[in-house]
Ligand binder design. Sequence first.
Ligand code: ADP
Length: 909
Amino acid sequence: MNQNLKIIRIFMLIVLFIFFMGLIVSPSLAQELQQERHILVLNSYNKGYAWTDNIVEGIESIFDTENSNYKISIEYMDTNIRHDEDYISLLHQLYKSKFQNTDIDIIIASDNVAYTFLKKYHGDLFPNIPIVVCGLNFYDNYIIQQNNFTGIVEELHFKDTIDIALALHPKASNFIVIFDNSRTGNMNTQAIKTLVPLYNNKIEFKFIQSDSFEEVAQKAKKLPKDSIIFAGAILQDKYGYPIPIEKGYKLISQAAHIPIYTAWDMSIGNGIIGGKVVSGYDQGVAVANMAKEVLEGRSISTIPFQRKSPNKYVFDYNELKRFNININDLPKDSRIINKPDLYLKIPKEQFYIALILIILLGIILYMLKKQDAKDSFNKEVMRAILHSTNDGLLIYDYEYNYVNTNEQFKKMWNISEDSLGQNSLFVIRKIIKDQVKNYNDIIDNINNIVTNSTYTSSVVELKSGKSYEWVFEPLIIDNGISGYLWRYKDITMKIDYEKKLAKSQKLYSKFIEILPDAVFIYKNTKVVIANESALNLLGHDTIEEMCEDPFENSIQIHPNYIDVVSKRMDQLSTIETTVDFMEEKYILQNGDVVDVEVGATSFKQNDDMYIVLVIRDIRERKKSEKLTRRIQEKNIQLKKAKEYDTLKTQFFSTISHELKTPLNVILGTVQLFQSMPQESNNTDTPHPLSGKYINMMKQNCYRLLRLINNLIDITRIDSNFLKMNIKNYNIVYIVEDITLSVAEYAKIYDVKLIFDTEIEEIIIACDADKIERIILNLLSNAVKFTPSGGLIEVNIMQEENNVIINIKDNGIGIPKDKLQDIFDRFKQVDSSTTRSKEGSGIGLSLVKALVELHSGTITVESELEMGSEFIIRLPIVQLPDTPTVYSEVATTRDEKVERISIEFSDIYS
Ligand code: ADP
């Protein structure tokens, strides 16, 4: 645009330059200034009447009043309004007073009225001043006799006009002649009427004679379509004022759409097609030339009166087109006005200047037009942009006056364009006040924006929950601010998505972070995301550090896996695919070989290939797999051992029974021997069957029997075959009974056995025989390991829901380090072969098993040389609905004696 304006300016300068050059060379300037010459132009009619105006124009074209010494005064007699004698005489008086002392060099009169007036009064008003007259329709000898008069005739070529009209409209059948009631009108009507006989049978003539425009217009409207109008009247409106011909006939022509012809040129171009016309302008030029000759010194009497009117065929191009008249059908020398290719008659040198001017003007116009086109294009573009965007736009000029907006803006803020029409920031404030959340901040923001007038962008939150991105942008043209653009973008969804995205990203990253597996995300060949486990695996602290030091440098793939791994990586980086988890081995920087399981998937996004690589450290798994295998092996071994143990138990059981049978036979035989009378003559050598030998045999039988019984019981317990005979017994009684039985034996070893109880009766569900054996076993041990003179105390007490049986001796005691495994099978404290008290080490383990079969516990407290205390704890429970057994005891007295004898058999006396 600026470029174009510059070019226009330059052209304007050139135009002015050429124009002044033209002035310099113009002959008018070269003309020498002469004495002032006064010309009076006296027109019959009024100013504004085209005929008269044309004449004046013609006259003025000859006298260049501005650049010469010619001065023209123009008078209008206005006789088309009033032309009676009184008026004429008033005019006489008026002019007399007006021009009395005026120095007039020549008078140019137009039309008959002025001619007649001057003929009558020139002697009085303008004596001896030459008079040239134009537009004379009727003249007399007065002018021919040249009494200071000459001029030019105005001849009307009615016939030529009628002929051409009929020729151009061959189908017309009516020829309507319109004149007013003026003298001229009458005379012209008569003149045409004389021509009518020439057109007999060709066309019908109709005459409308009226001064009223309304009357003529009404009649014209009713005319048939095949009519031609001949316009001759000067029409008046209803107030009596003349309607200019060009206006009057234009209205008639438009209303009736009938071709109108005329014999005067002044109305052509205004609804009248044309005709052979007399030209006011030509009349003016002709008469002015005559006047000029006189003024230049020629005597008026030598200038002949011009009897031929210079009439021409003149047509209006626009009207010809309106009535579809072909220009070729017009007479050859016709002048066509309003024709697009206007031909100008101007002097040669000025023609070229004009030509250059026209070309330059043409260029300027072209450029302006182009500029216009560009402007309207720009406007259209602006409109299109405003309405095609989803953003709400509001445009202000530099004073914050509203310029434009779009539908989107109005929708976003729920407003009408009217409310924007005023100013400005006030309106904006009003609009947003009720709709936004943090109004005060926004107002501060607006104020800052207005003060700084720089690009600003922020986000506005609405009460409705929406969010708009808000951009303020000064519109800068030629380094100056021309206006401001406020742009609102609805980013509610965007923010929503961003929140959701951030949330899901957070979730994902959290998820990835807590994964025990190492996760790497590659973008093309670079690691962009890695979790804690990944960093740990590679021995890095930060992801940046890892990106600098790529994966490949931190870990070596075990040679056995290099081929398959590179094949998988190639596959992943070429196409979107997933590779299943596969076991691999990595070699870490420190040389450790790590078992891993690696799986990956790849996907493409925006031409970038992403690979998600998951590496699972399976060292622990491998370890536990090894462990499981070992456990399985151990279990198998255990099972085998158990089977072997069972076999052993069975063997013990079998062998025990096998041993017990012959032993019982031997014992029975020994007892038989014992009961037989013993006869011996030699007291020195005891008889083999004497008591001493028999006792030896019996004691060793008991020892064997004790061992076998213990073995049988322990194998029974091990194989769950020991039968329990549970009944409700008074446990105090059972313990007391067996203790008292043992007391006698203890005496033999000089050991004192005391029984004491806090409570006389505690009924519990138990197997009396097993209880007896427990106590007997413990007492025999106590006797065994208590030297003579010692004391054994048996106490029974109740402690809460338990019965406590305490067997305490002050014997040799048990070393501390042996206490924990004293109840283990085959364990003896003194394993030396020279033991004074023999045993198998089964006793206490059997006692413990029997106590546990009663859901009880047994513990020992002992100190070397101080003695030992065995504490049995049995729960006090009874068999429901079962009577207590008082009478029945586990063993009879004899059985008890035998049992004690067996139990004490391994004590050497
Ligand atoms: P055995 O059947 O051979 O008697 P036990 O299981 O009854 O075996 O006893 C195991 C060992 O515990 C004994 O050999 C003895 O060393 C020790 N022991 C048991 N009772 C006492 C006690 N009252 N005082 C000292 N030592 C004892």
